[in-house]
Design a protein around this ligand. Structure first.
Ligand SMILES: *[C@@H]1O[C@H](CO)[C@@H](O)[C@H](O)[C@H]1NC(C)=O
Ligand SMILES: *[C@@H]1O[C@H](CO)[C@@H](O)[C@H](O)[C@H]1NC(C)=O
Ligand SMILES: *[C@@H]1O[C@H](CO)[C@@H](O)[C@H](O)[C@H]1NC(C)=O
Ligand SMILES: *[C@@H]1O[C@H](CO)[C@@H](O)[C@H](O)[C@H]1NC(C)=O
Ligand SMILES: *[C@@H]1O[C@H](CO)[C@@H](O)[C@H](O)[C@H]1NC(C)=O
Ligand SMILES: *[C@@H]1O[C@H](CO)[C@@H](O)[C@H](O)[C@H]1NC(C)=O
Ligand SMILES: *[C@@H]1O[C@H](CO)[C@@H](O)[C@H](O)[C@H]1NC(C)=O
Ligand SMILES: *[C@@H]1O[C@H](CO)[C@@H](O)[C@H](O)[C@H]1NC(C)=O
Ligand SMILES: *[C@@H]1O[C@H](CO)[C@@H](O)[C@H](O)[C@H]1NC(C)=O
Ligand SMILES: *[C@@H]1O[C@H](CO)[C@@H](O)[C@H](O)[C@H]1NC(C)=O
Ligand SMILES: *[C@@H]1O[C@H](CO)[C@@H](O)[C@H](O)[C@H]1NC(C)=O
Ligand SMILES: *[C@@H]1O[C@H](CO)[C@@H](O)[C@H](O)[C@H]1NC(C)=O
Length: 694
């Protein structure tokens, strides 16, 4: 009751104060606040003095959700103090009651601010590189900032201020804000960094410099379609001279370049230096058009370059057998070529090469003929010019990287015929990585289950020479070869089915990629072996039945110990299941039973549960009965002996006794002896009915 009345009075007082605040707001209030206003960081301390010039008042004080004071009399200063200001909507008021009963109050303006927890920048609805000329929206996420009306979001590209955003929304409590910026990047913006910054401009009373939080920079990549750099598209040359065709282009990502031609012409040799791409053709003999195709992920463009040959009407050697031959050559070939082939053979030394990708190679092409118009090598790399008066030409490449290279040695005979021989080149590359894994499975394996191991071989060439070998420990399990023919590097996956047994637990599987490149290839064969894969094999529990018969007899009063042992991996947990009413004692896997019943031993591990049910049957214990019977018989027999002896003794010493009488008198003695000599508690009645229990 007391509390309710008090709070009503207190509430009434507040209402009165509020009403008075409305009524007296503009009246001169003899209160001065020091400082007059405050900007406080959330959680900081604050202290404000409210002083009055009036000495004649009935009391003054602070009213606030935190740090309010009671009505104080005979003071001219009251202080509002909060150690940890955390009320976002606090509105402290200093009030005074003058001597004539009038009251007035002054609200203290306080701004609580909070710097954001996090400022992050991202591209909206897009990831990866940007494309020139496309519009993208950058978003700046500012988390937990207050007050919103003092926030300025600034966008930067590098150090250049692009834009600033302010908010007209008024919010005292912290909010999450997202500002956006539209950009349409150009190729020059590639690699630029965008940032956004949240700044709190809290006016002259606020902290200086303004509290700011800046996002991590956002690096942008700007791609654009390939473009040709200016260059000639018609080149005039004199016959037999060399020519360079220019197909320089730019683009991001840097474009790939491909040359095609409509005529088979010249020893082409492409040179690429940055954006400058040049095709060098030696000994041009015929008009031709070359197409230069420049491609990147954003597009493909083609440029035609015409090579015009002003030919003095002289004889020129036909360079290639593939060139449209003059009818003359065609007709003379079948008749005369064969004997010449024998006489002027070309010989390669070595006749075939196996080269590791990027290695150097050098092959001599020699002829026994001294009487020829010239010989040379034709190849995408390392081709030579037509050399006269020699009988050896060498094809040399320092860094062989053309997977499909087919170098050809040719000789021009005097009659205009040409012989050529292609050098067989095998380029190989050992895999970048060989790794082994279990397909669609992780964790321990279970005995008897099939698993598929996979061997991933990355970037190997040539496929037809690859042998994948599977090992368990050091034992070779399987080897796999490929009939696929591929000159370029490929990724290959070989698989092996295994069905592990418990003995395989802890075994290590490995796979090895071996390149068997024939007798010309490197010896020993280049191999790359995977890291070993260790397997764990679990198997289900198996209860040792030899120690746990299915049926066990138990004698009354003699408990039997049932030993349940099980083998399994992981080690099985043993549990006995039985009628809880039974009298047993359990220790480890051993159960001591006293009564008949079914006792179920279960062994459980992660793999499975096995159980054996033991039937315990109760047998009466005949040992005491038999012992009792034997003892009784011993007593009876000994009594009979005593009687016989005493009769014999009396007959000899004391006179005549009838044997019949002596036997009769001995019977009570026998009973007494039996009762005294037998300790077993078994009653005599049991003797008469043992067969019931057999
Ligand atoms: C408030 O007044 C007390 C003395 O009454 C003085 O010590 C203190 O510095 C004053 N605080 C402010 C913020 O003026
Ligand atoms: C201020 O109060 C807030 C919320 O009650 C609490 O989390 C913070 O630890 C306090 N700070 C200090 C310095 O007492
Ligand atoms: C914000 O941008 C406006 C014009 O967009 C500019 O007048 C003002 O100075 C900028 N403010 C700041 C703090 O840079
Ligand atoms: C500001 O107010 C407008 C209109 O109520 C609302 O649409 C907008 O989401 C608010 N902005 C923020 C940052 O809360
Ligand atoms: C952005 O670019 C800078 C400088 O070029 C570099 O140091 C930084 O690692 C890049 N950041 C990311 C996320 O790529
Ligand atoms: C064309 O090529 C010639 C030399 O072959 C050169 O002098 C000339 O400047 C080139 N023209 C253009 C437009 O590049
Ligand atoms: C022109 O075509 C022939 C036959 O297709 C080819 O052997 C030759 O390398 C090509 N030249 C160029 C520069 O592509
Ligand atoms: C190449 O073409 C030009 C003009 O089209 C012609 O004058 C010249 O004879 C041709 N050269 C050959 C080798 O055909
Ligand atoms: C061989 O060429 C490849 C590709 O052009 C290059 O990456 C490599 O560095 C070169 N190696 C040598 C030894 O020049
Ligand atoms: C590969 O396996 C086959 C039979 O599967 C065997 O004959 C051959 O010797 C094995 N090769 C190697 C290199 O072990
Ligand atoms: C269970 O019995 C076996 C054989 O009687 C004994 O070796 C083993 O220690 C016993 N285990 C426990 C936990 O008592
Ligand atoms: C023995 O116990 C196991 C598990 O507790 C149960 O699955 C099984 O059916 C039981 N066997 C019998 C015969 O009650």
């Amino acid at each position: 009751m007391c509390e309710i009345i008090f709070s009503r009075i207190f509430l009434g007082f507040h209402v009165l104060l509020l009403w008075m605040a409305g009524g007296l707001a503009h009246a001169a209030c003899p209160l001065e606040l020091n400082p007059p206003r405050l900007v406080v960081r959330y959680g900081d301390s604050v202290s404000v003095n409210c002083s009055t010039s009036s000495t004649d008042h009935e009391g003054m004080g602070w009213e606030a959700t935190f740090g309010g004071t009671s009505l104080e009399q005979d003071v001219i200063v009251v202080t509002w103090t909060v150690k940890n200001l955390t009320d976002w909507t606090i509105q402290p008021k200093c009030y005074i009651t003058s001597a004539d009963g009038k009251q007035c109050l002054e609200t203290f303006p306080v701004i609580l601010y909070k710097i954001p927890d996090r400022v992050s920048i991202s591209v909206l609805s897009h990831s990866g590189p940007m494309v020139e000329g496309t519009q993208y929206q950058l978003q700046c996420d500012i988390q937990n900032i207050a007050p919103l009306q003092n926030l300025v979001v600034k966008w930067y590209k590098g150090n250049e201020l692009l834009d600033n955003v302010t908010y007209s929304n008024v919010s005292k409590r912290p909010e999450d804000v997202s500002a956006t910026l539209m950009i349409s990047p150009s190729r020059d913006d590639d690699g630029d960094q965008y940032r956004c910054r949240a700044e709190l401009d809290l006016g002259p009373e606020g902290p200086q410099p303004h509290p700011t939080v800046t996002s991590e920079p956002l690096n942008i990549t700007v791609h654009y379609a390939p473009e040709f750099l200016p260059g000639n598209d018609t080149v005039e040359v004199s016959a037999g001279s060399d020519v360079s065709l220019d197909c320089s282009a730019e683009g991001n990502p840097p474009p790939e370049l491909k040359w095609t031609n409509n005529t088979a012409e010249g020893n082409a040799n492409e040179i690429t230096v940055g954006r400058l791409r040049t095709l060098n053709i030696s000994r041009v003999t015929a008009n031709a058009t070359y197409n230069c195709i420049v491609t990147n992920s954003l597009g493909s463009i083609t440029k035609q370059i015409h090579v015009l040959v002003d030919v003095p009407p002289q004889q020129h050697p036909t360079m290639f057998s593939t060139a449209p031959s003059t009818p003359e050559t065609m007709t003379t070939l079948p008749g005369t070529a064969k004997p010449k082939l024998v006489t002027f053979s070309l010989e390669l030394n070595p006749p075939r090469v196996v080269v590791r990708y990027g290695d150097s190679v050098s092959v001599n092409c020699s002829t026994s003929s001294t009487d020829h118009e010239g010989m040379g090598w034709e190849a995408t790399f390392g081709g030579t010019s037509l050399e006269q008066d020699v009988n050896v030409v060498t094809w040399t490449v320092y860094n062989l990287t053309d997977w499909t290279i087919e170098p050809k040695c040719y000789i021009n005979l005097i009659d205009g015929e040409q012989l050529s021989i292609v050098l067989p080149v095998i380029l190989y590359k050992t895999p970048d990585s060989v790794s082994i894994s279990v397909l669609n499975h992780s964790g321990p394996m279970v005995e008897g289950t099939q698993y598929q191991l996979q061997c991933d071989i990355q970037n190997i060439a040539p496929l037809q020479n690859l042998v994948v070998k599977w090992y368990k420990g050091n034992e070779l399990l399987d080897n796999v070869t490929y009939s696929n023919v591929s000159k370029r590097p490929e990724d290959v996956s070989a698989t092996l089915m295994i069905s592990p047994s418990r003995d395989d637990d802890g075994d290590q599987y490995r796979c090895r990629a071996e390149l068997d490149l024939g007798p010309e290839g490197p010896q020993p064969h280049p191999t790359v072996t995977s890291e070993p894969l260790s397997i764990t094999v679990h198997y289900k529990p198996c209860i040792n039945a030899s120690r746990l018969p299915v049926r066990i007899p138990v004698f009354r009063g003699y408990p039997e110990e049932l030993v349940c042992e099980a083998e399994g991996y992981p080690q099985p947990r043993i549990k006995w299941v039985y009628d809880p009413a039974k009298h047993v004692s359990e220790a480890g896997g051993n159960l001591t039973v006293f009564e008949a019943g079914l006792y179920n031993c279960t062994a459980t591990n992660d793999v499975a549960t096995s159980f054996i049910v033991v039937e315990v049957v109760l047998n009466e214990d005949y040992l005491p009965l038999i012992a009792g019977f034997v003892a009784f018989m011993v007593v009876v027999i000994s009594v009979i002996f005593v009687v016989i002896y005493s009769i014999y003794y009396k007959n000899n010493k004391m006179g005549r006794y009838s044997l019949k009488k002596a036997k009769l008198s001995s019977t009570p003695n026998g009973n007494v002896a039996q009762n005294g000599g037998q300790d077993t508690p078994l009653p005599m009645t049991k003797l008469s009915q043992p067969n019931i229990y057999f």
